[in-house]
Structure formats: C-alpha cells, structure tokens
Design a protein around this ligand. Structure first.
Ligand code: PMP
Length: 374
C-alpha cells in the first residue's frame, strides 16, 4: 500500500508497485551489460505472452511514449498512396488518422458519437478497398471500449491489416493477437502494464512485417523496424547489440511490472487472463460506486464501458472545479479530454497495480464523495 499523498488515479501514469519503484531507482545499467540484456530479453518474451503474439511476430520496445509507438506502427506498416479506415471514437483515433494522413495514406473514418462505440457491422459496411484498419481499443478520452475482436474479424475478411492502439488497454482488456487476428498492438509503459512512463511498446505480426518489407518509402531511420529488428532479436537471444541507447532503468522497471502480470494467479486464471478478469471486476465495482453516488457515466452502456478508467459526467451545478476539490482530498483525477465535451466530465483511472489494492480504490471513491458533498 502506498502512503503517497496525493494518490495518482489518472488514466496513466499510474501508481507503481514497490518492486517496480525499486527497480527504476537502481543506478542505470549499461545497455550491453548482462543484467540489462537478460531483463530486455525477459521483457520481449513477456510481451509475446501478454499480447498473445502469433509465431514469427516481432516485439519491440523503444524509448518514447505511446505516441511514438503509434508513429512506429504507421510508418512501418502503412505506405503512401494506400487506403486506411480509422474507427474514430475520440481524441486518440483522431491522432492516428492525422498520423496516417501525414504518411501520405488516404484516410476514411467511421465515427462514433462521443460515448458510443462503432459496431463491427458498421465498420464492415464502410470497408471498401482499404489496406489497413486502425482502432483504439480503449478510447481514453471517453472511457469507451471498442469491439476489437468483431472489428478485426471484419477487417481480416476484407484482407486489411489490423492496427490496434492498446495504450489504455493492453494488459487489462482482453485481446489475443493470434486468436483475434490482429497485426499490430501498440501501447505505452505507463498504463495498464504498471511501469513508469517512457517506453513505447508494440508487437508486429508476420503480416505486418511483410507490409514493412514491401515498403518502397522507408520510415525515418530511428523508427524503422529494419534498424530495430536486429537489436530486439539480439536481446531476445541474450546477445549485446546497439542501434540507439535504450532507456535502461525503465527496462528494469518494465521487467518487474511484466513479471508481476505474468505471476498473477487468482480465480482459476493465471497471467494476463487473471489481469483481464481483475480489471473487469474492478471496472464493474467502480462503475457501481459512481452510480451509488448518483453519477452518470460517459459510455452509453455497460457493455462498452472500459475497465481501465471511468469517464464520469459532472452532476448538475458542478463543473471542472470538482477535479481540484478531489485533489484537495488527496486524490489526483483527470479532467475531460474529448474536445466535444471536455468540460462536462472527469476521468478516474483504475488500471495496473491499484486494481489489486481495494483500499486505494476506496480512497479514490471516498475523495470523490467528499468533494461532491462540499
Ligand atoms: N492512445 C491512447 C488510447 C492513449 O490513451 C494515449 C495516452 N493517453 C496515447 C495514445 C498517447 O500515448 P502517450 O501519451 O504515452 O504518448
């Protein structure tokens, strides 16, 4: 249990476990040391397990945030002149659409009203010669979870590459790349994986690697899988290698964070499946707590509400000042983010390590209750 005051309950960065905190505080190892090579290799293998990577997939860890992981997916898998369909649920799908446009890809969108998801059938109906479909698993701006499985099936039936932004989902919301037929799943270290900010993570399927191999316009050298693939392969094989200096302290922290997910064993489930079940339970409990306080959620229905965060409407007569009043009670939550409704709701993150600490979750609910009362 952390004594930290205020308690950080935004949708990332998140509170860290004591082991992860200790790992990031050790003196940075050399990127060619045995310690770092072993930790990096374990991280890449853990990603294969947590992502459900298909055989022949390439896991990649870069120094950078989730936005860099999005760029890596776009630059390595989308070619200028090709066509993409973006499932647009809010702030981060809009970012993905803009990145694809800058890559010279022709972008169509199938958009949801804020708080709603786009049904897979609507995506299927919009598909028309698209080479790539991009979907945000959990839209952090609305707390809406997409039907990635249904959308991936529709996109695959159409022959399109499926790119999932899992930044607010991976490690907490069910997705298995191999079973679900997904080609790229990207995320950042500071969300459901439970590590500090600063690492961009992605797994590329063999189909995604084929798309990269077929590119006639290569990505910038520092983002190119051709630059990083030999490095990742070396680390996984236990050999030193260098292209750019990795964020060595963060890799040590990530190693502990991913090991904690894989070590979960509860309710008859182990590893990431236990993490999915735990987040589902916590998401439901948090939504019940908000309803008990008389609050309404942004997601239009329970089945599309994300389990990693709650997006909660301000009640009548209350506005963004509530966030400050909650902070004054020792808990940091986030304001709204979706441009269409930014000042009408706030967000509480409940992913990663805190999902296994009921006392901390209660502390967040108590702070919101007290802030609403006065
Ligand atoms: N996609 C989603 C769904 C996100 O929630 C975020 C960050 N909140 C990003 C992308 C961008 O990640 P970062 O802030 O780490 O660059």
């Amino acid at each position: 249990m952390t004594d930290r005051d205020p308690l950080l309950m935004i949708p990332g960065p998140v509170e860290l476990s004591p082991a992860v905190l200790r790992a990031q505080a050790t003196p940075p190892p050399s990127h060619t040391s045995a310690e770092l090579i072993a930790a990096f290799g374990r991280c890449l293998r853990a990603m294969r397990a947590i992502w459900g990577a298909p055989d022949g997939a390439l896991p990649v860890i870069l120094a950078g945030s989730g936005t860099l992981a999005m760029e890596a997916a776009v630059w390595n898998c989308a070619a200028p002149g090709r066509r993409a369909l973006v499932v647009d649920t809010g702030f981060f799908s809009d970012r993905m659409a803009r990145m694809l446009s800058r890559r010279g890809v022709s972008v169509d969108r199938v958009s949801a009203t804020p708080g709603c998801a786009v049904p897979a059938a609507q995506v299927a109906a919009a598909l028309d010669g698209h080479d790539l479909v991009a979907v945000t698993h959990v839209d952090t701006s609305t707390g809406v979870r997409a039907d990635v499985q249904g959308i991936a099936a529709a996109a695959r039936a159409h022959g399109a590459l499926v790119v999932v932004d899992g930044v607010c989902a991976t490690g907490a919301e069910p997705l298995h790349m191999a079973r679900d037929g997904v080609d790229v799943v990207l995320t950042a270290s500071q969300k459901a994986l439970g590590a500090p900010p600063g690492l961009a993570l992605a797994v590329f399927s063999p189909r995604a690697l084929e798309a990269h191999a077929a590119l006639s316009a290569p990505p910038p050298l520092g983002l190119d899988l051709a630059s990083w693939r030999p490095i990742m392969e070396a680390y996984e094989a236990g050999r030193p290698s260098y292209f750019g200096t990795p964020a060595t302290s963060l890799v040590l922290a990530l190693d502990d964070a991913l090991a904690e997910i894989l070590a979960l064993d509860e309710g008859g489930r182990v590893g990431v499946e236990a993490a999915w079940a735990r987040h589902a339970r916590v998401g439901e409990a948090m939504r019940a707590a908000w309803r008990d306080l008389g609050l309404e959620l942004v997601p239009a229905s329970e089945d599309i509400a994300a389990n990693t965060l709650s997006a909660i409407r301000y009640p009548d007569g209350v506005g963004p000042e509530l966030v400050g009043r909650i902070a004054a009670r020792g808990v940091v939550v986030a304001g709204g983010l979706h441009p269409a409704m930014k000042d009408r709701y706030f967000r509480v993150g409940h992913m990663g390590w805190v999902s296994g600490r009921p006392g901390l979750l209660e502390r967040a609910v108590d702070a919101v209750r007290a802030a609403l009362a006065g």
